[in-house]
Write a protein that binds this ligand. Structure first.
Ligand code: E4P
Length: 222
């Protein structure tokens, strides 16, 4: 499973890329709003220049025609940009047109297997089931991920599933077990993934034992 960062914060994205584990980014209008009154196009272009993979930028139109016009513009901003289109009827129509023009679409706000099947049929490159938001309303978000992954595999369809709306590290494990191609994780969750108290205790103990005998903490002679 690959990891994308679910943020529009440039510093967080730079850190994720530096770690070498982030191969894409997903933004949405709420995440961009958190960065203040930025120039959307400039911000997306900057993120695209930092990230070695797909960067999703969302349209704001709610009608197919407007979505298509916005998507064509967004697609010109960078080679690695992917246009996020909501899983509505208008969104499916726009996805069908855009995929025929080889514009990559991330079908966002996907909450059901049915929506995902239509997204795949329309040619979406990525399909994003929103796991956390489904869990919030008492549904099993990861079940949708697993069903869509199986479906795509069974029919050998090229769309990839991005487990989205990830809220905690347990979601990352479950997304991998469900076979998601990608998990898009908030920066906070990325940092939490590496944490384990036994690792910290272990590092301290190794250093203490070494220092007790050698009196320093270097293995490289200067
Ligand atoms: C995915 O592409 C979305 O940006 C994101 O995962 C939404 O997550 P939220 O439910 O935490 O807003």
């Amino acid at each position: 499973m690959r990891f994308f960062l679910d943020t529009a914060n440039v510093e967080h994205i730079k850190h994720g890329v530096r770690l070498g584990v982030i191969s894409g980014v997903t933004t949405n209008p709420s995440l961009v709003s958190k960065e203040g009154e930025v120039n959307y196009q400039e911000l997306v272009k900057e993120i695209c220049s930092i990230v070695p993979g797909p960067v999703s930028a969302e349209v704001l139109s709610t009608e197919a025609e407007g979505m298509i016009l916005e998507a064509r513009r967004i697609a010109m901003w960078a080679e690695n940009v992917v246009v996020k289109i909501p899983a509505t009827l208008e969104g499916i129509e726009a996805t069908s047109v855009l995929s025929k023009e080889n514009i990559k679409v991330n079908l966002t706000l996907c909450f059901s297997f049915n929506q995902a099947m239509l997204g795949a049929a329309a040619g979406a490159t990525f399909i994003s089931p929103f796991v956390g938001r489904l869990d919030d309303v008492g549904e099993d978000g990861m079940q949708v991920v697993a069903e869509v992954v199986d479906y795509l595999e069974h029919y050998q369809l090229p769309s990839q599933v991005i487990a989205s709306s990830i809220r905690h590290t347990q979601h990352c494990l479950l997304a991998a077990r469900a076979g998601a191609h990608v998990a898009t994780v908030p920066y906070k969750v990325l940092l939490q993934m590496i944490n384990h108290p036994l690792t910290d205790i272990g590092v301290k103990r190794f250093l203490d034992d070494w220092r007790g005998i050698f009196g320093n903490t270097t293995v490289v002679s200067r």
